[in-house]
Design a protein around this ligand. Structure first.
Ligand SMILES: [Zn+2]
Length: 239
């Protein structure tokens, strides 16, 4: 990992005082740490619960050793690999994670269930890599509530960049992992297989912009932003 990646990853860290001011029991235990990994500088996240020492690994990209190191250093037990979608740069580190944590379940939206094993659909074939991953053991649906320790995260289906794109939303702390749907000042590309501009715009307007303005968005690439800032300043989908 380069110095700049280290710096980028630090920007993704939710500061302690932003976790859950005055929140309900259990919320202060949440932490999210991101690392920009691999040739596409994909943000791979660890969502942890300090209370139970459980975590998820979200979108493990190529070279996930910083993620694995954090998990080991904090004494965390990974419960699942959760994917915002299955493009190659979001799944490229799964094999390495599974070497360290065999049998770790993979969760993905049902619309991309077949993509993990299909290098054409996950775009690794086009990148000359032919990356595959084991089948998902849980298929996600819009509205699913996912439990991690004392936390509940809700699945929002936010397609458009890809058909099975999801956002993971933790309402109490105002945190949303939005994958490649929305970026700081930009939006996900829609020219890839299964992508669709109108669908993406609808996902952003009706799902993401429906979240509170203070919601901190952690995207699949680049720095964090907030829903309020994107509604005000995003040049592609103004709020
Ligand atoms: Zn993508």
């Amino acid at each position: 990992m380069t110095d700049s990646a280290e710096k980028a990853s630090d920007q993704q860290t939710i500061p302690a005082d932003a976790r859950s001011p005055g929140g309900r029991a259990g919320e202060a235990e949440l932490f999210v740490r991101g690392y920009a990994l691999g040739p596409w500088q994909t943000n791979s996240y660890v969502i942890g619960d300090e209370g139970t020492k459980e975590c998820w690994i979200v979108d493990p990209s190529f070279g996930p050793s910083p993620v694995l190191r954090l998990v080991a250093e904090r004494g965390l037990t990974p419960r699942a690999i959760v994917l915002t979608h299955t493009h190659v740069d979001h799944i490229g580190g799964i094999a390495e994670v599974l070497k360290q944590h065999p049998g770790l379940p993979i969760w993905v939206h049902r619309a991309e269930a077949g993509w993990l094993g299909n290098p054409l659909l996950n775009l690794s074939d086009g990148a000359g890599m032919r990356v595959t991953a084991p089948d998902a053991s849980r298929l996600l649906n819009d509205g699913d509530e996912l439990r991690l320790g004392g936390q509940t995260w809700r699945v929002l289906h936010t397609p458009g960049h890809s058909p099975g794109g999801v956002t993971l939303h933790h309402e109490p702390s105002g945190t949303a992992l939005v994958g490649d749907t929305l970026f700081a000042g930009s939006i996900g590309r829609t020219d890839l297989p299964g992508g669709d501009y109108e669908t993406l715009e609808r996902s952003i307007r009706t799902r993401l912009y429906g979240l509170p303005d203070r919601t901190r968005c952690l995207p699949g690439h680049g720095p964090a932003t907030t829903i309020g800032d994107e509604k005000r300043y995003n040049p592609f989908v103004p709020g």
